[in-house]
Write a protein that binds this ligand. Structure first.
Ligand code: ADP
Ligand code: MG
Length: 370
């Protein structure tokens, strides 16, 4: 498989997935008018599919002949990428398939990966994203496994409960607004002061925000480790992708260092990426390959003024210093909702309202990045 990721040639060959439903329905136009001409000019070739239904991208990734392509490229939001990753991970050859690089062209309303790769100012720029796909290298990025009921699947952006999940999933009727729907809905929810009963258990690695920030700054100065150097090592460290901390149905093993909080929250979000949407730098110390999950909790009783301050802080990441916010690095966490119904979002996709456990796995996916 080495040719797939090691020695990406000049005129790359891609599997391209365009979701005509993504975002405000502009993905097809973005592909035809901006992305496709650049791919052609760069001598790249592709096999194109317009997705026609939910899980279509997952089906394609599951059955794809990975040896034919240098990368899978999605023109949509995080949802299609979530499906691609889960399709790859469901294969019998998942350990090989996870090395197939993924390319993201922002064409959805939630483009967390694009913002996290290209930054706040360029996250929605199709041209920049395309250049990263034509010229970039494959970077290993951690992936989270999620167990819920009898199911196990993977999440690469965020697992959210409470306000953030409501904003993500409870605003489908505001799609016409584009990315602004998240901000508008978040402010409304904060003012309503709604809290969500739950119990959260986690295995903390660092809970001191200053130390988290210092570690992040240190990592930023190190050179990025690219896929061709690390995947072989990674394969030896996890020949099978097993959960070290059991799943959601296992007893919490005290010796793993679990801590449990049982107060209501405004929101609780586990994440692997810094930007969760435009203007929302929710996890400013998130790094793609520290092998940890950033867990952020807004406890109940924050108050409206603090809520608005925190909300404003998320534009720059300053909110993590707010004394009402808990921001930590964890190996795994488990969230158990204590009420009947509500929203849980995995990478912006609906999931049942039931307990879930999340665990980070180092470098399980490859993402094309400049
Ligand atoms: P957005 O950021 O706008 O939500 P996503 O990439 O997350 O964009 O995609 C949203 C959803 O659209 C995903 O659940 C995906 O499975 C679904 N989808 C893909 N193709 C289609 C289609 N042709 N019609 C309706 N939904 C689709
Ligand atoms: Mg989505």
């Amino acid at each position: 498989l080495s040719h797939v990721y090691k020695d990406i040639k000049k005129g790359r060959h891609f599997k391209v997935l365009v979701n005509p439903f993504g975002g405000q329905g502009h993905a097809k136009k973005l592909w035809e008018t901006i992305a496709e001409p650049i791919f052609k000019a760069a001598g790249c070739t592709y096999d194109l599919t317009y997705t026609t239904h939910r899980y279509h991208a997952k089906e394609i990734a599951r059955d794809l002949n990975i040896r034919l392509f240098d990368a899978v490229v999605s023109v949509s939001g995080d949802g299609v990428l979530h499906e691609v990753i889960n399709g790859l991970m469901e294969r019998p050859d998942a350990i090989a398939a996870h090395k197939l690089p993924i390319g993201a062209i922002p064409g959805g309303s939630g483009n967390a990966l694009s913002y996290s790769l290209l930054g706040e100012d360029h996250g929605s720029h199709v041209t920049n994203a395309v250049l990263g796909i034509i010229k970039g290298r494959a970077m290993p990025v951690d992936l989270c496994s999620v167990t819920q009921g009898q199911n196990r699947y993977f999440s690469f952006v965020l697992q959210s409960f409470g306000l953030v999940a409501d904003v993500d999933l409870g605003t489908e009727d505001m799609r016409w607004m584009g990315e602004a729907r998240f901000t508008v809905a978040a402010v409304g929810k904060l003012l309503s002061q709604q809290t969500y009963p739950c119990e959260i258990s986690y295995i903390p690695v660092e809970t001191n925000v200053d130390k988290i920030r210092a570690e992040y700054n240190y990592r930023r100065q190190q050179s990025v480790v690219w896929a061709d150097q690390t995947h072989d090592e990674l394969d030896q460290s996890h020949p099978t992708i097993v959960d070290r901390f059991g799943g959601v149905n296992a007893q919490l093993n005290k010796s793993d260092g679990w801590v449990t909080d049982s107060e209501d929250v405004i929101t609780a979000v586990g994440a692997k990426l810094p930007w969760i949407s435009k203007g929302m730098l929710l996890n400013p110390a998130s790094t793609p390959n520290d092998g940890l999950i950033d867990l952020i909790v807004f406890p109940k009783g924050t108050g409206r003024m603090n809520g608005i301050q925190i909300m404003l802080g998320t534009e720059t990441g300053e909110h993590i210093y707010h004394d009402k916010v808990r921001y930590m690095k964890v190996k795994a966490f488990r969230l158990t909702p204590k009420n009947e119904s509500g929203f849980i979002s995995m990478d912006g996709e609906h999931t049942p309202y039931s307990p879930y456990q999340v665990e980070a796995h180092p470098g399980l996916i490859s993402v094309l990045s400049i």
